[in-house]
Design a protein around this ligand. Structure first.
Ligand code: ZN
Length: 177
């Protein structure tokens, strides 16, 4: 199984989904300039909003939704977990390939796994792939002790004999207890 790359350059999630704003604007047949004018913001800000460089304030986003005639929630990021600096839109096939599963596996579970929805299309970003991978990671309960064990200053737990005391075992004798 491949590990999707973690990108954490941007630590503050956006208030809006850049791709959703672009999609809604193009569906409405408006240019960025026209939308910016109608919303009374600069064209530069509109470009930054769509590129995901700047976050749209709730007021601006509400205005954009109003002008484009789409629900406000469509433009909001439904993905507060997303920390992608560059949001990738992997389709089923690419996502499945990255996860090492079959596209069918994702399609069958689409309502239960994080993804982006643009109309009929579905896309996955890198953090969504990481989340999906975490969702389907199966680990025995005993692993908790290893994962959550506090890291102490000691390199070796006290019940482990020092390396000098360990001798090659003759036959199958048990190690010093
Ligand atoms: Zn993401």
């Amino acid at each position: 199984m491949t590990h999707p790359p973690q990108r954490r350059e941007r630590l503050t999630p956006l208030n809006h989904a850049p791709a959703a704003v672009t999609y809604a604007r193009e569906t409405a047949g408006m240019t960025k300039r026209a939308l910016a004018e109608a919303c009374e913001v600069s064209e530069q800000l509109m470009c930054d909003i769509e590129a995901g460089r700047r976050s749209a304030t709730p007021a601006t986003l509400r205005r954009i939704a109003q002008v484009l005639g789409c629900p406000y929630s469509d433009l909001q990021t439904p993905r507060p977990h997303c920390q992608c600096a560059v949001v990738q839109n992997y389709d089923y096939d690419t996502a499945a390939q990255k996860l090492g599963c079959k596209p069918r596996f994702l399609k069958d579970r689409i309502n239960r796994i994080p993804h982006q929805k643009f109309g009929e299309s579905v896309a996955f970003c890198d953090c969504e792939l990481a989340l999906i991978q975490a969702m389907f990671t199966v680990a025995p309960a005993s692993i908790d002790a290893w994962v959550s064990a506090p890291v102490s200053g000691q390199d070796t737990p006290p019940d482990v004999p020092a390396i000098r005391q360990i001798r090659p075992s003759k036959g199958r004798k048990t190690a010093a207890s």
